[in-house]
Structure formats: C-alpha cells, structure tokens
Design a protein around this ligand. Structure first.
Ligand code: 9MR
Length: 351
C-alpha cells in the first residue's frame, strides 16, 4: 500500500511547473479512470474525509469513496468525544466500521485526531480534574486509542491546531495543564503505542508563509532536533477564493520538505461566496490545483486529502453563512472543474 516517492521524472516536473496558475484542460468524456487511478505511481495518495452516516445510507457516496480514494480519514468518529462519550466507556463502533470498509477497499486510514482543543467529551473539563489528572488522562487516551487501532491506522494527526495566527501556542486545556511539553509528550506516547504509524502535526492557515507558518516550521524543526517522533506535518488546506489564492504554497512546503519530514495536505476544500458561477468555480479549481502541484513538486508529500468530496455533505455551509460549493463534486456527485484539475495534475506527475 505504502509507496515511496522516488522523484518525479524530468518531463513530469517540467509539465507540472509549466502549468503555473492555469488549470489543466478537461479530458473529454466520462471519468472512466477516477482520481485513485490517476494518483497511482505518483508517490502521493489521494484521500477523503468520510462522513459515516453518508457511508452507511448513501450507496453512490460509498461507491465514490471506494472508487476515487486511496486513503480515508474519519471526519468525526475518531475524535475524543466520539470514542469516549462517558469517561471510561469506549465506543469504537463507528471508527471500527470505517477501518473495516477501508480494508475491504484496499485503503489506508489517516487517524484524526488525538489531541485537540475542540470536540472533547463534555466530562473532560478543568473544573473536574487536577493538572496531574489531565496529564494522566491525555496519556491514557493516546495509549488506548492508538493501541486500539495499532497496525490498522497508517498515519495519525496526533496534535491538531496547536498554533495561533501570530505563531504563539494556542491557549488550550492541554497547554494550561501540561505546559508546552504536551506536544513532545503526545508524540512520544503515540509512538510507543504504535511504532509503525506515521505521526503528523496538523494545522490550518498553514499553506502560505506567515507568522503562523514560520512558527509551525520552527516547531517541527525543534521537535525533530529533540528526537521527538514527528514524521510529518499537515496543511489542512481550507481555502476561500474570496481571500485570493496564496502564491507561495510551494515555497512554504519546500522549506518543511527540506527538514526531511513528510508533507500531507489533510483537509483540502476551496469555498466561495454563493451563488457559485463559472468564474468562481474556475478559481476554485486553481486552488485545488496549486496545493496539489506544491505537494507533487516536493520530495516527500505522501498524501493529498480532501475534506469531503461532495457538496452534499460538506461542513462549510453550516459554519460559514452564505458560503459553500467547496468540494470537488456538486450535491448530485457531478464533478466540477476542480475534479478534473486534480485528476489531470496527478496524471501529469505519473512516472
Ligand atoms: O468536518 C467536521 C465537522 O463535521 C465537525 O462538526 C467539526 C467540529 O469542529 O469538525 C469538522 O472537521 C474539522 C477537522 O476535524 C479539523 N479541522 C477543521 C475541520 C472543519 O471544521
């Protein structure tokens, strides 16, 4: 399953570089190959977040998950509030279902996420526990969850969204209880629980060069220098075309790549202010394309994951009022230009 990038051929590199900001022409006819086929041989897996209710109830959705993607990420069912809603009582059911489906489909699983400030169980509060107890709880959570899925999860988002926009550490229950050492501890515990899993740190607004990504880069560098088992860093990739598309994604990814860490785009979607029109949809395709191109142009970008592939189940309209159309396919699963861009960009990188 796990392929190692051996470097793009010179022709593929030249082709990718020459595309610049333009989108790739759409191939005529139906998508008889799909994204999964297009990504084969590039060293980069194509993935999606999966909505478990949709997977169970919507057959065309489930078929598309199997056809189009090499990896799956549980959109919600591996988060702490989902796996331990009552303290001491685990519910692994939905997450186990996803792992089973992935196995049947020959897909790798990206585990998401172990340490976060959000979607924690209601019982997990600072009022209920001392700092020492919180440290013990975090350690137990990581050992229990990573241990439960040992050998079945390819890569974990160990720590999610640890940074503020100004590059300081986010003030969370974990920073307050454990201090900044919680980052190294979390990775060490996860590595002990499953030495075979790839361990990622993950964040949003991480795609372009900024105070946040300068700090992100410095953090990854310093953790690695201390021997902390951080094998990769994630760029979530939630863009909105109304803000303009970042022109320095490749430059940013390259500096991390030079540290010898793996890159993953982990939650890509490109939203717009509704209603969508053909200009916006074209800009969206460029957004998907520029992130994938940056991924394919560095040595070690192991996966490019979209945060859902159809507008039918996207998180975006529920959170950003008046925005949407953020994914590769509309609500009827009709591919948009972004789908073709992703497919053709992968196809150019095959070697
Ligand atoms: O897509 C997820 C949505 O269904 C949840 O309600 C939400 C809760 O915070 O989390 C969403 O996924 C987030 C991911 O876990 C971390 N990065 C941002 C994603 C979008 O909010």
């Amino acid at each position: 399953m796990i392929s190692v990038r051996t470097g793009l051929g010179a022709a593929a590199l030249a082709a990718l570089t020459a595309i610049g900001m333009a989108t790739v022409p759409t191939a005529a006819g139906a998508n008889d190959t799909g994204l999964r086929a297009a990504a084969r041989g590039t060293g980069t897996k194509i993935g999606t977040a999966v909505d478990m209710a949709a997977l169970a109830d919507d057959a065309p959705y489930a078929a598309a998950v199997a056809r189009e993607f090499d990896t799956v990420t549980p959109e919600n069912v591996m988060k702490w509030e989902a796996v331990e809603p009552t303290q001491g009582t685990y519910d692994w059911g939905p997450a186990d279902d996803l792992v089973r489906v992935a196995r049947r489909n020959g897909q790798a699983v990206r585990g998401h996420t172990l340490v976060w400030h959000s979607q924690n169980p209601a019982w997990l509060t600072e009022a209920n526990f001392t700092k020492e107890q919180l440290r013990a709880l975090l350690r137990k959570h990581i050992f229990d969850e990573v241990g439960h899925f040992k050998g079945r999860v390819w890569a974990w988002d160990v720590v999610n969204e640890a940074l503020n926009e100004d590059g300081t550490l986010r003030d969370t229950i974990w920073l307050r209880a454990l201090g900044p050492g919680y980052l190294a501890d979390a990775f060490r515990w996860a590595h002990q629980a499953d030495p075979g899993a790839l361990l990622f740190i993950n964040d949003y607004n991480a795609e372009w060069i900024s105070p946040k990504t300068d700090a992100y880069y410095a953090l990854v560098k310093s953790l690695r220098a201390q021997g902390v088992p951080v094998q990769g860093y994630g760029m979530q990739g939630h863009l909105g075309i109304q803000y303009g598309l970042p022109g320095d994604v490749l430059e940013n990814v390259r500096r991390f790549d030079a540290l010898g860490v793996k890159t993953a785009f982990t939650e890509v979607d490109v939203r717009m202010i509704l209603p969508a029109d053909s200009t916006k949809v074209q800009a969206q395709a460029e957004g998907f394309g520029l992130m994938l191109r940056a991924c394919l142009l560095v040595r070690n970008c192991v996966s490019y994951t979209v945060w859902g592939f159809t507008d039918k189940y996207s998180w975006v309209p529920g959170v950003f009022t008046g925005e949407g159309s953020a994914t590769l396919m509309d609500e009827q699963f009709t591919p948009k230009p972004a789908y073709d861009t992703v497919r053709e960009t992968f196809a150019l990188a095959r070697h």
